[in-house]
Design a protein around this ligand. Structure first.
Ligand code: IMP
Length: 194
């Protein structure tokens, strides 16, 4: 028997990535597949809050087991910013280039370049909420390197590696990334449930 889970996302790349990790015991469906075309609000002040808002929205309206994720880049010298505002740090849109420019500008002359990506997944299973967190530590370099990936990848150098996330082959990034770590905790939990 396969268990159905809604992933509160329309990012088909994330969806297929997760589906390939969870295997056949779970069928992961996107918002589109359940006919949810609304814009789910992401107005909470924390990653946990936003992940829960999205999952709760689906659970309340569709009554289906579901999960949602939220990710932020947390820069130590910037008191954890951009954090929950990572997507819209410089502008209201998802302007990756402007967001990178803003972080680099704020870090000009700053010695402490430590940063981390943090993903939080909120799962609602039969009404109970659980969180799964994935973190990758690294630093913000002073100039972009690489053209792969998205978001802050060109300026994020993960600890222990010599390539930024934008220089690394995607399969390598996917082994160590914040999202992969959060997802593997989710999958481990789900596998205990079947
Ligand atoms: P989301 O919650 O996955 O939509 O991520 C929010 C924002 O965090 C994105 O718009 C990106 O700016 C940033 N972000 C999330 N994951 C990554 C990543 O793997 N690399 C670079 N930036 C990321």
């Amino acid at each position: 028997m396969t268990h159905e889970l809604i992933f509160a996302t329309n990012n088909l790349h994330k969806l297929s990535e997760i589906q390939s990790i969870v295997g056949k015991n779970f069928t992961i469906k996107s918002l589109q597949e359940i006919g949810c075309t609304e814009d789910i609000p992401e107005t909470a002040p924390t990653l946990e809050g936003n992940a829960l808002l999205k999952a709760q929205y689906i659970y309340d309206r569709f009554g289906k087991n579901c999960f949602a994720d939220d990710t932020g880049l947390e820069v130590e010298a910037l008191d954890g910013r951009p954090g929950v505002f990572s997507a819209r740090y410089a502008t209201d849109g998802h302007d990756f280039e402007a967001n990178i420019d803003k972080v680099l500008e704020e870090l000009t002359g700053v010695e402490n370049r430590k940063a981390r990506f943090r993903t939080v997944i909120a799962l609602i299973l039969d009404g109970s909420v659980r969180y799964f967190e994935g973190i990758v530590n690294g630093e913000i370099i002073s100039e972009r390197k690489g053209i792969k990936g998205f978001g802050y990848d060109p300026v994020f150098l993960p600890d222990g590696y010599e390539q930024t996330f934008a220089e690394m082959p995607l399969d390598e990034k996917n082994k160590i990334s914040h999202r992969a770590r959060a997802v593997s905790k989710l999958v481990e939990f789900l596998n205990l449930k079947i």
